[in-house]
Design a protein around this ligand. Structure first.
Ligand SMILES: NC(=O)c1ccc[n+]([C@@H]2O[C@H](COP(=O)([O-])OP(=O)(O)OC[C@H]3O[C@@H](n4cnc5c(N)ncnc54)[C@H](O)[C@@H]3O)[C@@H](O)[C@H]2O)c1
Length: 303
C-alpha cells in the first residue's frame, strides 16, 4: 500500500511500546489511527500524545481475545473514520518461560489465546471489511525475531510467535490476486513496557492480583541503552515495509547469520536424492509458492 495519507490504521496493542511507535509513524504519514488496547490508562496517555500533535485518533478499549468485542471495535472504528485500510495485529504478551513440558495448562492457553488467537480474530474481523471496500490495504502482524531463531528459555513465546509467522505466510498466499498485502513483522529487542503490561494483562485475564513491578530507571533495558532500540525505529520500519509491500519486516542485521544457520539446517535435511521433475509439474502447488519471490532486498533505513 504505497499511499497511506488519508487512510485508516487499526493498531492493537497500540497504546504502548512498538504499537505506539507504529501508531505515531502512521500518523506522521497522514493516516487516521485507531489505538485498540486492553489498558485504559495507556490508551489515555497515547491519545493525549496524538491530540497534542493534532493527529486524528480514536482510542478503543479492546481485549483481542474477545471476538464479539472485536467486531464492535471494528464497527466503532468505521463509524469514526470510514473504511479501514491497515490492520496491525501487534497486541501480545510475554509468556511463561521454561521448557514446554513445565508450563501449566493455564499458561499455555493464555499465551495461545492472546498471541495467536488475538491475531486470527483481527484477521477474521477486519480483512473481509478491507477486501469488501476495494480501496486496497495491508495487514501486519507482530511476530518476533524468536520466530526466526528461537530464544532459549522462552518456550511458549517462541511457539506463539512462530505460529504468527505461519499465519502471515498463509495470509499473504491467500491474498495473492487482491489489492491487500501482508507482512510478518519480526522485531528484535526494543525498549517497551512488555514486562509490566504482560503482568497486568495476565492478571486481568486470569482474575489474579496484578503483581508489583519494580520501577527501572530509564526503562527495563536501560543497561543496554546502546543495543536496545526505541519503538520509533520499529514504527519507521513497519511503515516502510507496508509501503514497499514486504512479506518480512525485519529490524536487526545482527540476526542474519543465525537465521542463515536455521535455513541451512533445513536445506541439509533434504535427502540427497534426485528430485523427480514430474512431481513439480503435477503438484506445483506443493513444491513452490509465489509469495517468496516477491520479497525484494531491503536497504538500510535512512535515519
Ligand atoms: N519489545 C521487544 O523487544 C519485542 C520484540 C519482539 C516482539 N515483540 C512483540 O511486540 C508486540 C508489542 O509489544 P511491546 O514490546 O511493544 O510491549 P508493550 O507492553 O509496550 O505493548 C504491548 C501492548 O499490547 C497490549 N495488549 C496485551 N494483551 C492485549 C490484549 N489481549 N488485548 C489488547 N491489547 C493487549 C498491552 O496492553 C500493551 O499496551 C508484542 O506482540 C510483543 O510480543 C516485542
Amino acid at each position: 500500500m504505497e499511499i497511506l495519507k488519508g487512510k485508516t490504521a487499526f493498531i492493537t496493542g497500540g497504546a504502548s511500546g512498538i504499537g505506539l511507535g507504529i501508531a505515531k509513524a502512521c500518523a506522521k504519514e497522514g493516516m487516521n489511527v485507531v489505538i485498540a488496547d486492553m489498558r485504559k490508562s495507556a490508551i489515555d496517555e497515547a491519545v493525549s500524545i496524538f491530540k497534542e500533535n493534532g493527529w486524528p485518533v480514536l482510542g478503543l478499549e479492546l481485549n483481542v481475545t474477545d471476538r464479539a468485542a472485536y467486531i464492535k471495535a471494528a464497527d466503532a472504528a468505521e463509524a469514526a473514520f470510514g473504511h479501514l485500510h491497515l490492520l496491525v495485529n501487534n497486541a501480545g504478551i510475554g509468556c511463561a518461560g521454561g521448557p514446554l513440558w513445565e508450563v501449566t495448562d493455564g499458561e499455555t492457553d493464555l499465551a495461545v489465546s492472546v498471541n495467536l488467537i488475538g491475531v486470527l480474530n483481527g484477521i477474521q474481523t477486519i480483512v473481509p471489511r478491507i477486501i469488501a471496500h476495494g480501496e486496497g490495504g495491508h495487514i501486519v502482524s507482530t511476530a518476533s525475531k524468536a520466530a526466526l531463531i528461537p530464544v532459549p528459555g522462552c518456550g511458549l513465546y517462541n511457539v506463539t510467535k512462530s505460529a504468527v509467522l505461519g499465519v502471515m505466510l498463509t495470509l499473504a498466499m491467500d491474498l495473492v490476486g487482491t489489492n491487500v498485502g501482508a507482512s510478518a513483522f519480526c522485531p528484535g529487542g526494543y525498549n517497551t513496557n512488555l514486562g509490566a503490561s504482560s503482568m497486568e494483562v495476565t492478571a486481568r485475564l486470569t482474575g489474579t492480583e496484578i503483581p508489583e513491578m519494580p520501577k527501572m530507571e530509564g526503562g527495563a533495558f536501560a543497561a543496554w541503552d546502546d543495543l536496545i532500540r526505541s519503538p520509533d525505529d520499529a514504527g519507521a520500519r513497519v511503515v516502510r515495509g507496508v509501503k514497499r509491500g514486504d512479506l518480512y519486516i525485519l529490524t536487526h542485521a545482527e540476526f542474519k547469520e543465525g537465521y542463515a544457520e536455521h535455513a541451512q539446517a533445513v536445506l541439509r535435511a533434504f535427502p540427497e536424492e534426485i528430485p523427480n521433475p514430474k512431481y513439480g509439474q503435477t503438484f506445483h502447488l506443493l513444491t513452490e509458492n509465489p509469495i517468496f519471490n516477491e520479497q525484494k532486498q531491503v536497504p538500510a533505513l535512512e535515519k
